[in-house]
Design a protein around this ligand. Structure first.
Ligand code: PLP
Length: 394
């Protein structure tokens, strides 16, 4: 028995997505920029997918730029916007606001801009893992050009007050980007309601293929392309389009729209059962992050005196797949920057696991996880030199 509880890292490709993609990996191989019939078939498929992604986001098709995934979308938003503003106001001081719990695709992009001489404020978040919009307001300066705040956190699942921050950005006349890689397909997304100018999504988090994503760019928002070549994607992202991937993203977007209402409840009730059982069965286990503003599929739990990497490996051997820290940085020994940012000690952060469920998660998988997690933690705690202190402190 295997329980795959790592949907925030990636999701399986839906069979309908695979079916939609296959013709474009075989007979329909034309380059979407070619004038002939094969090319036009690919162009039509790319246009259809653009329409589906636009519909998912409440955007216009012309506002969708296909990319190689969430990381590139975040990079294009942050570097593209900053470069375009810099080109208009050369020499003027520039400032960006983001938060301490962003994905590394945003954090490291902002750190790179800092090295290039742009001021960046990394706003801290409350211990609940939610940013206070007033802290964003307080960080504003006359030279602020961009606010970038993620919609839902990949580790905690906490949902940020994007609409409120959108209002603050609009009042201050500052551009606003949101990384919605984890919220797409799990929460209703409407770029106008959220008040964002730029928004990133990724196909492989919504039952689509890896290596393809999109950036929503509101009409009229300045964006300097970050690659040079032909005139693809209206000069905003150059390079021959990944037609099968884009078709897959389009189909995944259609399924996300169809399943949005029905996915959430069964997934959250499985997540809640897992969480309640583990909290009952494992002494001093705790939930990290606000449970009232959370994605329906995510549970991040701390277990004192049981190392995350050891728990992960032991659980994997027993058929339970989950994550420690951000999946993208798994393998790195540093504790999760998100858990440190909400006030956990390095030891507590290292002793935390993320369980993330999805459309295919079954009752049996949850039963299996509930049976194995307490067993593994008890075994590791028995070996831990800190376990005695933990038991007496309880
Ligand atoms: N942003 C968030 C919040 C993510 O969770 C991830 C991936 O885990 C990314 C961006 C990067 O997306 P991709 O894997 O498509 O590059």
């Amino acid at each position: 028995m295997r329980a795959y509880l790592d949907y925030n890292a990636t999701t399986p490709v839906d069979s309908a997505v695979l079916e939609a993609m296959l013709p474009f990996l075989a007979d329909n191989f034309g380059n979407a920029s070619s004038i002939h019939s094969s090319g036009q078939r690919s162009r039509a498929a790319v246009d259809r997918a653009r329409g589906s992604v636009a519909k998912l986001l409440g955007a216009k098709p012309s506002e969708i730029v296909f990319t190689s995934g969430g990381t590139e979308s975040d990079n294009l938003a942050i570097f593209g916007l900053t470069a375009a503003v810099a080109a208009k106001a050369a020499g003027a001081r520039k400032h960006i606001i983001t938060t301490a719990i962003e994905h590394h695709a945003v954090l490291n992009s902002c750190q790179e801009l800092q090295r290039q001489g742009i001021d960046v404020t990394f706003v801290s978040v409350r211990s609940s893992g939610v940013v206070d919009p007033e802290d964003i307001r307080r960080a504003l300066r006359s030279e602020t050009i961009l606010i970038s705040v993620m919609h839902a956190n990949n580790e905690l699942g906490t949902i940020q007050p994007i609409e409120e921050i959108g209002c603050i950005a609009a009042e201050a006349d500052v551009y606003f980007h949101s990384d919605a890689v984890q919220s797409a397909g799990k929460l209703a997304l409407d770029v106008n309601q959220l008040g964002v100018d730029l928004l990133s999504i990724s196909a492989h988090k919504i039952y689509g293929p890896k290596g393809v994503g999109a950036l929503y760019v509101r009409t009229g928002i300045p964006l300097a392309p970050q690659s040079h070549g032909g005139h693809h994607e209206r000069d905003r992202r150059r390079g021959t389009e990944n037609v099968p991937g884009i078709v897959g993203l389009g189909k995944a977007a259609e399924l996300a729209i169809e399943n949005l209402q029905t996915d959430s409840e069964p997934i959250s009730s499985l997540r809640d059962r897992l969480e309640r059982s583990v909290l009952d069965l494992v002494p001093s286990a705790k939930v990290n992050g606000d449970t009232s503003r959370r994605l329906p599929n995510t549970s991040n739990l701390s277990f004192e005196a049981a190392g995350g990497e050891a728990m992960l490996i032991a659980l994997d051997l027993l058929g339970v797949e989950c994550a420690t820290g951000a999946a993208c940085s798994s393998g790195a020994v540093e504790p999760s920057h998100v858990l440190l940012a909400i006030g956990l000690s390095p030891d507590q952060a290292r002793s935390s696991l993320r369980f993330s469920l999805g459309r295919q998660t079954t009752d049996e998988e949850i039963n299996h996880a509930i049976a194995k997690i307490p067993e593994v933690i008890a075994r590791l705690r028995a070996l831990s030199p800190r376990s005695g202190a933990m038991v007496t402190a309880r």
